[in-house]
Design a protein around this ligand. Structure first.
Ligand code: PDD
Length: 282
């Protein structure tokens, strides 16, 4: 049996119905998170839920539950569905209201849905690396909000997928911002560079774990903008996300960057990242 959460209750999936005038459905008016589960246990759940509450505040939405209530309910769903290695997806839309662009009355409750999915770690890709394609970043200027509005991201990902690539590397003019669903990192002469956590990127939880690892391991990091030219002349490139962890990019389509195999610093970060998973999730 597959269970989901609908508005605070655990139900069988086929019993969960969403109204067609849900503002998430009609406007993408809402926020979401994806949290990794390893060995039946959440990884960095507090960080994800903190970001969820921050996203809610940024769009003027009050979540209908406390942090602890939410965390406990999500843990119950993971247990109920016997997730081993997978994810939980959760979203809050602004709720159900007659279609009008401005926010509905304060007494409309956000609509909350969540489900789980088994998803083994992408071991083959982590070991061998993936290809990526450069795509112009045409998204809005509040990429720091983990919003349901992902059309800019999915169109970029589609362009990459059609070119046989795993990810799109987004750039605004000559500046690299992030991936379509990940953060982007380069390594040059032993120093890591990644875009600063501004409105132009999502401040990924995996990104933050990597920055902590770099501090612990004395790996120099610059949270600074870098150009497409710097990307293509880097020694190593990797991306980071909840589902992809620390993923080496071994080729940027067109052949401008071709490392062939994951670099040494990327591999070191992967090894420490794996230790963190074991520490938290056994
Ligand atoms: N995506 N940037 C964007 C645009 C993202 O969509 C994501 C995550 C990240 C990495 O964030 P984190 O490390 O917190 O997962 C960066 C998720 C996994 C998704 O939409 O499926």
């Amino acid at each position: 049996m597959n269970y989901v959460i609908l508005n605070g209750q655990i139900l069988e999936r086929n019993e969960a119905k969403v109204d067609i005038e849900d503002r998430g459905y009609q406007f993408g008016d809402g926020i979401y998170e994806v949290i990794r589960v390893y060995n039946g246990t959440f990884f960095t759940a507090d960080e994800h839920l903190t970001r969820l509450f921050e996203s809610a505040e940024k769009i003027g939405m009050t979540l209908p539950c406390t942090f602890e209530e939410l965390k406990n309910l999500l843990a119950s769903l993971v247990q109920r569905n016997k997730v081993n290695d997978g994810i939980i997806y959760l979203q809050f839309s602004r709720g159900v209201a007659a279609r009008q662009h401005h926010y509905p009355d304060k007494n409309v409750e956000p609509a909350f849905t969540a489900y789980t999915k088994e998803m083994p770690r992408p071991k083959d890709k982590l070991e061998n690396g993936v290809q990526a394609k450069l795509v112009e970043d045409v998204r809005w200027l509040r990429c720091d909000i983990k919003s349901l509005n992902l059309l800019g991201n999915i169109m970029a990902k589609q362009e990459a997928a059609e070119a046989g690539c795993f990810e799109a590397i987004l750039h605004r003019g000559d500046k690299v911002t992030e991936g379509s669903s990940s953060n982007m990192f380069i390594v040059k002469d032993g120093t890591i560079k990644t875009h600063p956590a501004t409105n132009l990127i999502l401040n990924g939880i995996t990104r933050r774990v990597i920055l902590d690892i770099c501090k612990e391991q004395n790996i120099p990091v610059q949270e600074e903008e870098f150009t497409v030219e710097e990307l293509l002349s880097a020694d190593e490139i990797f991306l980071a996300s909840t589902t992809s962890e620390v993923m080496p990019i071994v080729k940027v389509t067109g052949g401008e960057f071709e490392a062939g195999e994951p670099g040494e610093i990327t591999k070191k970060l992967q090894a420490v990242f794996e230790k963190k998973i074991t520490q938290q999730c056994g």
